[in-house]
Design a protein around this ligand. Structure first.
Ligand code: GLA
Length: 407
């Protein structure tokens, strides 16, 4: 037993001390995601059908359409970028058919546009789509990513029989740290092992549910697992808000805006991701994006709510006749979203003076009976009076109104 412990400390020493001229400390790279990461991920639309042209075109469009300027920074290639086998040295191999110019050239291209680049792998022996997983290759793969100069790693949880999530994610986090290139570490174990309770020192964001589906509140049953409409995910994880904040975000999954829901539903989806301070990782095909989808995703008012420096995940304040009222403390006021879950149009009639917002988790509260705020409608982008009189409006089915209150 004594021998084993001695051996363990020797290995630990090799990883984090021996031979280094500076002190490498275990744990994630701090400060890489002080506001929720924004970008694009290939999975929701393309699954494994990805290639270098798709990435280049997506990067070009992000610049041309103003998505980059609105804050979308990361282009993340999800599952399917590798060949089915590692090479004779155990290195991962980017698929030469999909990426004939090589992955490094693609990373450089994305960087040349002022954007950042991310890749995907998995803690298990294989990824979910059957490509080589990282188990047993953590330090080698971390060096591979550092040499490619990537900026973001999404790390999944398929084929992980016999390992525990906290240890597996900690190992990869330490490996990235040791490889030395600052890389945002995005945990994707679907909330099965409550990452919000242990992953703050390990990663910058963590998925909190199974996969999203492009629907309002459906459940798509795939046999052994389900994917979820966006309101199902919201409902599932609205109560773990105190675990989310700058550099350690609850990740409500890549967005499905522009993937087939109605315009109202897309607006509600985006509004909720903003109110919940979720990472804003788009999942639609930017090459075929409608003007409506672009307007939603690049709405600067809404993005400012998501990116607010306090980084507080909003909460559901009340439900009045099927209209939910969501509230988020901001560094300069409050954001309020009315969301109509009913199948038909509802009337919102909200008499501020009768309400007290109290955020017990983060210690913010306001009593409108003795506090007056100016109101701005964030979707209409115009002033909407103040809180001295009731706010009234008609709200279509599955649509939202988002207001910002400032002094
Ligand atoms: C899991 C993840 C998805 C996606 C796929 C890829 O299902 O949750 O987001 O990365 O794997 O195979």
């Amino acid at each position: 037993m004594i021998k084993k412990i001695a051996l363990f400390s020797l290995y630990a020493g090799m990883a984090f001390g021996q031979g280094n001229t500076h002190n490498l400390k275990a744990g994630k790279f701090d400060g890489l995601a002080m506001t929720p990461p924004m970008g694009w991920n290939s999975w929701n639309t393309f699954e494994t059908h990805i290639d270098e042209n798709l990435v280049k075109e997506t990067a070009d469009i992000m610049v041309k359409t103003g998505m980059k300027e609105a804050g979308y920074t990361y282009i993340v290639l999800d599952d399917g970028w590798m060949t089915k086998e590692r090479d004779e040295n155990g290195n991962l191999v980017p698929d030469p058919q999909k990426f004939p110019s090589g992955m490094k050239a693609l990373v450089d291209y994305v960087h040349s546009k002022g954007l950042k680049f991310g890749l995907y792998n998995c803690a298990g022996i294989q990824t979910c789509a059957g490509y080589p997983g990282t188990r047993g290759y953590e330090y080698q793969d971390a060096r591979f990513y550092a040499a490619l100069d990537i900026d973001y790693l999404k790390y999944d949880w398929c084929n992980t029989q016999g390992i525990t999530a906290k240890e597996a994610y900690t190992t990869m986090s330490n490996a990235l740290k040791t490889a030395g290139k600052p890389i945002v570490f995005s945990l994707c174990e679907w909330g099965d092992n409550q990452p919000w309770e242990w992953a703050k020192p390990v990663g910058n964001l963590w998925r909190i549910s199974g996969d999203i589906s492009p629907c309002f509140d459906c459940e798509d049953n795939h046999g052994t697992w389900s994917s979820w409409g966006f309101m199902k995910i919201v409902e599932m994880r609205k109560d773990i808000r105190k675990y989310s904040g700058p550099d350690h975000w609850n990740d409500f999954d890549m967005m499905e805006v522009g993937d087939g829901m109605t315009n109202n539903e897309d607006r509600s989806h985006f509004a909720m991701w903003c109110m919940l301070a979720s990472p804003l990782i788009a999942g639609n095909d930017f090459r075929k994006m409608s003007p409506e989808t672009l307007a939603i995703l690049s709405n600067k008012n809404m993005i400012s709510i998501n990116q607010d420096a306090l980084g507080i995940q909003g909460f559901r304040y009340s439900v009045i006749d099927g209209v939910e009222v969501w509230v988020k403390p901001l560094s300069d006021g409050w954001a309020v979203t009315f969301l109509n879950r009913n199948a038909s149009t509802s009337t919102v009639n909200f008499d501020w003076k009768k309400h007290i917002f109290n955020d017990a988790d983060f210690g913010y509260s306001v009593d409108f009976s003795n506090n007056q705020f100016k109101i701005r409608d964030m979707w209409k982008n115009k002033e909407a009076g103040n809180t001295s009189k009731a706010f009234t409006a008609n709200l279509e089915s599955h649509n939202v109104i988002t207001l910002k209150l400032t002094k």
